[in-house]
Ligand binder design. Structure first.
Ligand code: 13P
Ligand code: SF4
Length: 317
């Protein structure tokens, strides 16, 4: 019954996409059914690049609000839809604009580099943005000796600091999903699965990063599992990515890293999971909710993103 309903929903969505010349961009943390109907699946950087270059009239973003806002900033003439406007991000919300402005004032003479996981009022205050795919290269692209103010993620910030050795002050923000992984549970799993490698997103805390076989963005982790020859992986990022890992490596075993609070049993991003097939259908049909950004704000927020895109393009990222 459920399968039949879904089949009908899929065909309705496909029909609407065609009729309206719309594309669906989906992040790897979306559920498998949504990833399977998307025109493009990727990490934050790849999705931004796709939003900036496509022939559609409408972009439906299956992801969280900061990602859809980035798409609108890069494609201001297109209609950008998000199936649930409440799909926020705890990391973006851990950076209050008034406090961040004060942080910048208290640390003068620094280039403000922000992770794209921010609300738009933080992008407006930034000199350049980055994603987890290009963060190290963006910082390294700055002249040696240039001082950096980084936000909002303390874990990604410390990871970059260790990699580059640059002079950085770091905002004290974090993602509630990636800080929730239990080091004890991962070590226990590794003991039970001695062939498994531990793959970790840089938003995780230091103890988890320290036992990682690889640290990388969602697309870097996906690529690693396809090129590496281990039979199993303990995955310390949102488990939505495992859908693509299994598709690309059907013979391998993927074990989601457990959270500290074992009663929940998983580490899903509740914001990412607010997007559903039903909401996608309704959103495409009604062309609402739509991302609308004041043109002055958009122009200001665009500058640091374009700077990131230009550096990424130059470096072939
Ligand atoms: P990626 O850019 O690695 O896909 O990360 C996005 C994100 O929200 C991680 O929590
Ligand atoms: Fe934000 Fe964390 Fe969810 Fe990524 S996983 S969208 S950083 S809350």
């Amino acid at each position: 019954m459920r399968e039949k309903d879904n089949t009908e929903l899929v065909s309705n969505i496909m029909e609407l996409k065609k009729k309206k010349n719309a594309i669906i961009l989906a992040h790897f943390y979306q559920t498998g059914d949504i990833q399977d109907i998307a025109d493009f699946i990727g990490d934050s950087l790849a999705l931004s690049q796709k939003a900036a270059a496509n022939d559609a009239d409408i972009i439906l973003f299956a992801g969280v609000r900061f990602m859809a806002e980035t798409a609108k900033i890069l494609a201001p003439d297109k209609k950008v839809l998000i199936p649930d406007m409440n799909a926020g991000c705890s990391l973006a919300d851990s950076c209050d604009p008034v406090e961040f402005k004060k942080f910048i004032r208290d640390n003068p003479g620094r280039t403000v580099v922000t992770y794209v996981n921010t609300n738009i009022d933080i992008k407006v205050l930034s000199d350049i943005t980055c994603t987890s795919s290009n963060a190290v290269q963006i910082i390294e692209s700055l002249p040696e000796g240039e001082k950096v103010l980084f936000g909002p993620d303390r874990n990604l910030g410390n990871y970059i600091l260790n990699k580059t050795g640059r002079d950085m002050v770091i905002w004290n923000g974090a993602c509630h999903v990636h800080e929730e992984f239990s080091i004890e549970a991962i070590l226990k799993l590794r003991k039970e699965n001695p062939d498994a490698k531990v793959i970790v997103h840089p938003e995780c805390e230091l103890p988890v990063r320290m036992i990682a076989d690889i640290i990388g963005s969602t697309s870097a982790l996906l690529k690693f599992t396809s090129t590496d020859n281990s039979p199993a992986y303990i995955v310390a990022t949102e488990p939505g990515i495992i859908h693509q890992m299994i598709k690309k490596n059907p013979g391998k075993k993927f074990i989601p890293a457990p959270p500290k609070d074992s009663t929940c049993g998983c580490s899903e991003c509740n914001f990412m999971k607010m997007i559903t097939m039903e909401k996608i259908y309704r959103c495409l049909k009604d062309e609402e909710p739509e991302i609308r950004i004041n043109s002055r704000v958009l122009a200001k927020a665009r500058k640091p993103i374009i700077r990131m895109m230009e550096i990424s393009e130059k470096l072939g990222l």
